[in-house]
Every structure is written in structure tokens, then in C-alpha cells.
Design a protein around this ligand. Structure first.
Ligand code: HAM
Length: 429
């Protein structure tokens, strides 16, 4: 027999029980973004490979070894997006969103990286990303961090630590780069293979090395902070000052360099120690040079993206996800006449009570089987319509979760009765 085809390693289905949790998270996030005046943008999942090479950087893990790249039937090299910033900048430039205006945008969707799958690290994962354009000051950097801090509060996520750093300007990094190359060259014998390769192409990434054998060498390396110019320093201090004023706690981490090349000045990450090695749930920073680098007019930009799988994992670990039942009421229908009348009755109830989540029994069967399903649905009540009751214009309500007596009433009174007795959730926006 042929082997069943399975999902691709590192790419996961979101099953019915889990999708309610995803919706809860997505709805809350969208709500907070709306309240800050951010607008949604939707970009294609596939872009020209060149876009990612030119923005994320040729000598990065993502571009060197993680992209899903293929030639399409025209022979164009295309790539499944490994992140959203590059596509968002491309879309904003192409559609004239950057000319003489500011933008506060967000997007959501799957990203693809051919990494080694492990807990919190997948090959298809989902981000909500936020990007702002045309705003150069530290005020917007602070707003983005405040927005993310509010998200954690409103999602009930606790214990995330904010790490902050400044990468300075391109020019400052160039100077620092030369200093770093000198330092690491003097200790070339202690560099691992990856770092040797990066010594001249991307020495800053050596600082991000996770190799414990190099920890000491990295710890002793000269710090970029000592090579920042006055303006960069002022920007960073102003950001820190605003965060202090708003009571946001942070840790200055001079080793925070990020895995994508487009950053300048502010970079930040929200990290947790509850997810093992993959502890960064949200990360971002300023990328003032990127629009120009992609052929547009110089435009200040700053943003971040959060990994939804990681955020959900933290929420699960912290019991921050509500247990939502699938339905409020389950309509049990005994006999063919009741089955027919039931469909119409259910529609009337949905008209009268827009927030009611009502499951109508389909497929016939006896009382026992129908009640079993009613129970499994998580509904608070079963509405029982039998042929005799139908003939009398009556229906019964049986409480499935509480010790309350069964009630009988006229079908015409049911909607009113349900509205008063069954707590109907506000339908999700
Ligand atoms: P990033 O640090 O590559 O930045 O990814 C942002 C977040 O996406 C990570 O902190 C993590 O939560 C999640 N993530 C990344 N890779 C994986 C994976 N393989 N599996 C599960 N989750 C993952 C960016 O993507 C930038 N575009 C962020 C940004 C926006 N910077 C400025 N604007």
C-alpha cells in the first residue's frame, strides 16, 4: 500500500481545538493595533529572490541557507518570504505610500525559513509585523515598544524581558567593523568555522555566535557602544528616557546585533526563558537605510515582528488562553418532523440572538447519541425538540453543566428565555 503523504517537516496544521486560541490571539492583537491607528497591509507570500538578498543581506543565515527559493515557469528566481519587512517596504515604495507621508502599517501571515526544526522553531511560522515609515525620532521607537508592552499586558503574558541596543549609523558601524576585524584577526585561532568565514564579510554577526567555546572571546570584544557618534547616542538616550518615563523596564544588551543586515540605531528583542533556546518572541528595530538601498528616497523606518507560535507557547505555559467551548447551545432533534422544523427554528434563533453559538444536530440517531455530541460540544444547554413537543409548540431546555431542572416552554418564548438564562458570548469581531 502506498505510504500516506505527510506534512512537510517543520510545517504544521492548526487543528480545530487550537484554532480558537489562534483566533483569540489574533483578535486581541488586531484590536490593540487598531487602537494605535495602525493600518493593515497584505503582501504576497512570494517575492523576487533579489528583494531578500538586497534587504536582509547576502551574508546572513537567512539568505545563505534558509530561503525556500525556486525558479518559476518563466525562469524567474522567486522566494517564499522568510520575513515581512522586505515585502512591506517593496509594497510601500511601489504603491507610492512613502512620498511626503508617514505610515503606520501592520501585516500578518506565514513566513518560511529552512531552519532545523525544534521547539519554537519551525519552517513555516507566523508573524504579526508592524512597520512605520517617515518618522525619524525616538518617539516612534518608544511608541512601538509601548505598543508591544501593551500587547503582552492585554494578552496576559508575563515575564517578558525587553533587551535594547543601538547599532549606530552605517558609517559608525563601518568604523566599528574595522576595529572588530582587527580584534578577531588577532585571535583568529579561536574562531570557529562560521566566524572565520564571516570575519571579513560580516564580523558583527560573530558577536551573535551561540558557540560556548567562543563566549569568552566575544565577551572581551570591543563594544559598538563605544563607537557611537553624538547623534546616535542622543537618539538612544532619548528613547531610554521615554521608556523610563512610561515605566517600561529594559536591559541594555550591547551584544544584541540581530540576524538581518538592514538595521541601524535602535534594535530590541522581547525574550522569555520559558521556551528554551528559542526565547525571542518579538524583535525589531530601526532600518533607516533600507528604502534607499532598495532604490527609493531616503526614508526613516522602524518596526518589529512577533512570532505567533512562540507567543502562543508562552501563553499556554502561563495558562493565559481561555478555554472556549465550541457552542452555547446544542439543538437535539428527535424524529423526522422535528429534524425539519429544527433547521428553521435554528435560523430563527440565530436571527433573534446574533451572539448565540448554536450547533444543530445533524445525522439523526437516538437520544443517547445526540446527548453525547451535545456534551462534547461544550454547550451549556441542550435544546430538545421531539415530535410530541413540536405538535404542542413546546421545547425543553436541559442544562448540561449545572444541576438545574429541565425546563419546558413555548417555542415562541425560547429566544427570550435563552437571552435571559444562557450567557451568550459577544461574537468575535
Ligand atoms: P526576526 O528576528 O527574524 O525579525 O523574526 C521576528 C520573530 O519571528 C522572532 O522573534 C520569532 O519570534 C519569530 N521567528 C523567527 N523565525 C522563526 C522560526 N523559524 N520559527 C518560529 N518563529 C520564528 C524579522 O523577521 C524582522 N522582519 C522583524 C522586523 C520588522 N524588524 C523591523 N521590522
Amino acid at each position: 500500500m502506498a505510504k500516506n503523504i505527510q506534512a512537510i517537516r517543520g510545517m504544521h496544521d492548526v487543528l480545530p481545538g487550537e484554532s480558537a486560541q489562534w483566533q483569540f490571539l489574533e483578535t486581541r492583537v488586531r484590536d490593540v493595533l487598531n487602537r494605535y491607528g495602525y493600518e493593515e497591509i497584505r503582501m504576497p507570500i512570494v517575492e523576487f529572490t533579489e528583494l531578500f538578498k538586497r534587504s536582509i543581506g547576502e551574508v546572513t543565515d537567512i539568505v545563505e541557507k534558509e530561503m525556500y527559493t525556486f525558479d518559476d515557469r518563466n525562469g524567474d528566481s522567486l522566494t517564499l518570504r522568510p520575513e515581512g519587512t522586505a515585502g512591506c517596504v517593496r509594497a510601500a515604495m511601489e504603491n507610492g505610500l512613502l512620498h511626503n507621508q508617514t505610515q503606520r502599517l501592520w501585516y500578518q501571515g506565514p513566513m518560511f525559513r529552512h531552519e532545523r526544526p525544534q521547539k519554537g522553531r519551525y519552517r513555516q511560522f507566523h508573524q504579526v509585523g508592524v512597520e512605520t515609515f517617515g518618522l525619524a525620532g525616538p518617539d516612534i521607537d518608544a511608541e512601538l515598544i509601548l505598543l508591544s508592552a501593551r500587547l503582552w499586558r492585554e494578552l496576559g503574558v508575563q515575564g517578558l524581558q525587553l533587551q535594547l541596543n543601538s547599532l549606530g549609523t552605517l558609517q559608525e558601524r563601518k568604523t566599528y567593523r574595522a576595529v572588530l576585524i582587527d580584534y578577531f584577526s588577532a585571535h583568529a585561532d579561536q574562531l570557529d568555522e562560521d566566524s572565520q568565514r564571516r570575519l571579513h564579510s560580516n564580523p558583527l554577526r560573530i558577536l551573535d555566535s551561540k558557540n560556548p567555546k567562543m563566549a569568552e572571546l566575544v565577551a572581551q570584544a570591543p563594544s559598538l557602544n563605544d563607537h557611537l557618534g553624538d547623534q546616535s547616542r542622543a537618539h538612544f538616550e532619548a528613547l531610554c528616557g521615554r521608556l523610563d518615563e512610561c515605566g517600561v523596564e529594559y536591559i541594555l544588551n550591547p551584544r544584541l546585533v540581530r540576524g538581518l543586515d538592514y538595521y541601524s540605531l535602535t534594535v530590541f528583542e522581547w525574550v522569555t526563558d520559558e521556551l528554551g533556546a528559542q526565547g525571542t518572541v518579538c524583535a525589531g528595530g530601526r532600518y533607516d537605510g533600507l528604502v534607499e538601498q532598495l532604490g527609493g528616497r531616503a526614508t526613516p523606518a522602524v518596526g518589529f515582528a512577533m512570532g505567533l507560535e512562540r507567543l502562543l507557547a508562552v501563553m499556554q505555559a502561563q495558562d493565559a488562553l481561555p478555554q472556549t467551548a465550541r457552542a452555547d447551545a446544542y439543538l437535539v432533534l428527535m424524529g423526522e418532523k422535528a429534524e425539519r422544523a429544527g433547521l428553521a427554528l435554528a435560523e430563527r434563533l440565530r436571527d433573534a440572538l446574533p451572539g448565540l453559538r448554536l450547533l444543530t444536530h445533524c445525522g439523526g440517531g437516538g437520544f443517547k447519541a445526540q446527548f453525547k455530541r451535545a456534551d462534547r460540544s461544550g454547550a451549556r444547554v441542550a435544546l430538545i425538540l421531539g415530535e410530541d413537543e413540536l405538535a404542542r409548540g413546546q421545547i425543553s431546555i436541559k442544562y448540561l453543566r449545572e444541576e438545574l431542572p429541565q425546563e419546558n416552554m413555548a417555542i415562541d418564548d425560547l429566544a427570550q428565555h435563552l437571552a435571559a438564562r444562557v450567557q451568550i458570548q459577544e461574537s468575535s469581531k
